[in-house]
Design a protein around this ligand. Sequence first.
Ligand code: HEM
Length: 303
Amino acid sequence: MRIELKEILKNKAINGWRLFWLIATPMSIVMIIAMMGADMSNGAGVSEMIGFSVRFAVPFIYLVVAASSVQILFPGTFPMWWLRNRPYIGMCFAVAMAWQGMFIFIMSNFFRDYYYADVYLLRDELEGTIGYIFLPAMVVTSFQFGRKHLNPMQWKLIHKSGIYFLWAYPFSVYWWNLNYYENPQTIDYIFYWGGFLAFALRIAAWGKLRQQAAASTTPFAFKALGATIIVFGLFVSASGLYWREAVTTFLTTPKWSADLVLWFLFWPFEPYLSLFIIGLGTMLLTKVSTEARQQGVKAEFSQ
Ligand code: HEM
C-alpha cells in the first residue's frame, strides 16, 4: 500500500500545537537531564548549559527563516507543510531560548563574578538583550490577545525584524567561531552553513519573484555581471579565514568606525558581507532595463 506524503503531512500529530508539543516536550526532557549531569555549582558549568541550550534553538530559527523561500522556490507538499507550521516551529525556538534565558538568569544572578570576568562584553550584552526583547514580543503577538493590539504593519515589522535579528545573532557567532577562534568544531560548520543556506534561499526566492514580476528577460551584460558577483560572494562566504583580518583592519581604520565596534550591533558586519554581495549579484541578475520594466507595467495594466 502506497501512503501519499500529502496524507502523512496532514496527520494531526505533526501539525499545529501537537507538532509543537511533539518537539518541545522531549527537548525539555533532554535539557533537564543535561542540567542534572552538569556542574551547576559554578559559572563555567552554567555557561556550558547556556551553550548547550542555545544549540537546540538555532536550527529552529533557521527553519523559520527559510520556510517561505523554500515554498517560493520549490512549491510542493512538504514546503507547504513547513510553511503552514512555521509559527509552531518558531515556538519551539522560543522554548529552547527560554531555557537559555533561565541559565543566563542563573549565571547573572548567582555567578556575577564569573559573568563579569569571563562573559560580559557591552556589545554582546546589547545584542543578546535585544534578542530577548524581540523574543517575548514575538511570542505574545503570535496569539490573538497580543495581536489585537497591533495593526498588520506593526505586527509584520516586529516579526520580520525579530526573525532577521534572531537569525543574525547565531549566524555571526558561528562565523566568528570559524574565522577567528582556533579549532572550530563540526557543529560550528553545520550552524554557519545552515544559517548561510537559510538566508541565501531568501535571496534566491526574492530574485525569482523579481524575475517573474518583471515578465521580461534581463540583458546579457547584467546576467553575466550578476552571476560573476554571486560566484564571488560564494567564494567570500567560504574564505573568511583568509580575508577577515585585513578587511576588519580596513573597515575599522577611521576612529569613528573603531569606536562603533564597541557598541554598534554586529559592526562592521564581516559575517554578512558574503550575503550582501550575493544579494547585489542577484539584483543585477534579475534586473530588467527601465524600458522593459515600463513595457511590463503597460502590459499588466492593459490586461
Ligand atoms: C543577554 C543575553 C545573552 C547572554 C548573557 C548570553 C550569554 C552566552 C554565553 C555565556 C554563551 C557561552 C556558552 C558557552 O560557554 O559555551 C553564549 C553562547 C551562545 N549564545 Fe548567547 N547569550 C545571550 C543571548 C543570546 C541570544 C538572544 C542568542 C540568539 C539566538 C544567543 C545565541 C548564542 C549562541 C549561538 C551561542 C553559541 C553556542 C555554542 O557554543 O554553540 N545568545 N551566550
